[in-house]
Design a protein around this ligand. Structure first.
Ligand code: GDG
Length: 455
């Protein structure tokens, strides 16, 4: 059997520190790596001179990491990945920074990855590269003469052609994708925007059976939506910790309905627009509003990048204004919490929430939407309000789909969710739950690796 090699910016293999508390993606890939005697390669997250790969094996899974010099971290990770590709691929041209140094650092680190990892690969390894940090890596490995099957999965959206062409080196970036044999996107929509680029910028063609051809090179490009580890999440929602959290939330809300949002603090998640929509709800439904509150959990991320510090400051001010304007002596409309919680606690919070508010402006998939659905009580489920611009909307059409830019749309959806009958809640929830369970992270991983294994 071929080994499976996973390469991503950061490694999330189990370690003595992770205490079994890995995310769904990590769990699914770990299981595959364990079965296939694989290795997970990536950056250690540490700054330092790039030495040899540090190998560790824990709980049957081997990971191998390297440190990166400060300049590389600045130009590759904080620079090209998070200040160029991330905003551009999330349709935020105004936030996108175009610096040659960033691009230089990006290519340099991809070459470093290739040089360090290449010698450890065997001819029949299946190699699966993840996400926008490492698009050129397949090309780097091919330059070394690697003939293996190579796959790439993009966790974020693929931007429309006119946006992508704003990137000076767009052509070079997309050409690098053709070094892979299989390229996976989260949704049909992103796959089609990729097709559009291939046809209109590269003179390529899209064939039957998910093939895409440019010049003499044909690759497979598929939509392969990622899921959550549904069974594990359902078990978390039924755990004692979750039940205790559920009880704690109920006591603290004394009969009020909770609306919940859980997001990394990122401008793509639409938090400012969400707060504005909630404010619109409070302004326009004065009779109803003291019966609800919004709990927004938002652990900070990427604090080295200015646009992330800006969105944090904006939300601090906005949450303060909303509470200042609407709070009463015994009621606070918005609980805004800048910290993360263990998975079972999170599952208990989801279950206690009458409404899950997931309103990114653009999101490759969005796993919180799926976790919220997985955590619900089947006899009395809550209502998912979901942005039509999240990849998850393709699979979860029974949610209340909203335009996250429109405060009125959000306010209307909140009202509709809060008054929805139990019958309708169940009717909407059931098919979504079925999908979350069926198309889970294991389904996703098997589907992609099966494509990759096909000669
Ligand atoms: C990228 C793409 C795509 C958040 N707060 C806590 C916590 N989380 C967990 C959630 C969820 C995960 O983080 C966030 O996943 P998302 O999918 O929502 O978003 P990104 O981080 O932007 O992920 C995205 C994903 O890759 C996978 O392909 O879906 O579109 O942007 O699992 O639960 N977890 C815990 N405590 C928290 O406070 N334990």
């Amino acid at each position: 059997m071929s080994r499976l090699i996973v390469i991503s910016n950061r490694v999330q293999a189990p370690s003595a520190d992770s205490n079994g508390a890995q995310g769904g993606l990590a769990v699914a890939l770990t299981a595959a790596l364990r079965e296939a005697d694989g290795i997970w390669f990536g950056w250690s997250g540490e700054t330092g001179e790039t030495g040899d790969l540090a190998f560790t094996t824990y709980d049957g899974v081997t990971s191998a990491t390297i440190d990166l010099p400060e300049q590389d971290v600045d130009e590759y990770y904080n620079g090209y990945a998070n200040r160029t590709l991330w905003p551009l691929f999330h349709y935020r041209l105004g936030l996108t920074e175009f610096e040659r140094d960033f691009q230089g650092g990006y290519e340099r680190v991809n070459r470093t990855f290739g040089e360090k990892i290449g010698p450890h690969l065997r001819p029949d390894d299946l190699i699966w590269v993840h996400d926008y940090h490492l698009i050129p890596l397949g090309w780097v490995l091919r330059q070394q003469g690697l003939k293996n099957r190579l796959g790439f999965f993009l966790h974020i959206p693929w931007p429309p052609t006119p946006l992508l062409t704003a990137l000076p080196e767009h052509r070079r970036l997309v050409e690098a994708l053709f070094a892979y044999d299989v390229v996976g996107f989260q949704t049909r929509e992103w796959l089609e925007t990729f097709h559009d680029y291939v046809r209109n910028q590269m003179g390529g063609s899209v064939g039957e059976d998910d093939t895409v051809t440019v010049g003499g090179r044909t690759i497979t490009a598929i939509a392969c939506p990622i899921g959550i580890d549904a069974e594990a999440f359902i078990a978390s929602a039924n755990s004692l910790n979750a039940a205790a959290t559920h009880a704690r939330m109920m006591t603290s809300s004394i009969g009020r309905s909770m609306i919940v949002g859980v997001d990394r603090l990122d401008y793509s998640k639409g938090l400012e627009e969400r707060f504005n929509g909630y404010q619109r709800y409070l302004e326009t439904r004065p009779d109803a509003h003291t019966n609800v509150y919004l709990l927004q959990i938002a652990p900070p991320s990427r604090a080295a990048v200015q646009s992330y510090r800006d969105i944090r400051a904006t939300l601090d001010a906005l949450s303060g204004r909303i509470n200042g304007a609407f709070a009463d002596i015994d009621w606070v409309p918005l609980r805004y919490v800048n910290q993360g919680f263990p998975r079972e606690i999170l599952a208990g919070i989801y279950r206690a929430a009458r409404v899950g508010l997931v309103t990114p402006l653009r999101d490759g998939m969005n796993l919180v939407a799926k976790e919220y659905v997985a955590a619900q009580d089947p006899d009395d489920p809550g209502v998912l309000i979901l942005s039509r611009f999240a990849g998850a909307a393709e699979q979860m059409e029974q949610a209340l789909l909203v335009n996250p830019y429109s405060a009125d749309d959000l306010a209307d959806a909140i009202e509709q969710a809060l008054v929805m009958s139990r019958e309708e809640r169940i009717a909407r929830w059931r098919p979504m739950f079925g999908n979350v369970r069926r198309e889970d992270v294991i389904w996703w991983r098997k589907r992609f690796t099966a494509m990759l294994a096909q000669p």
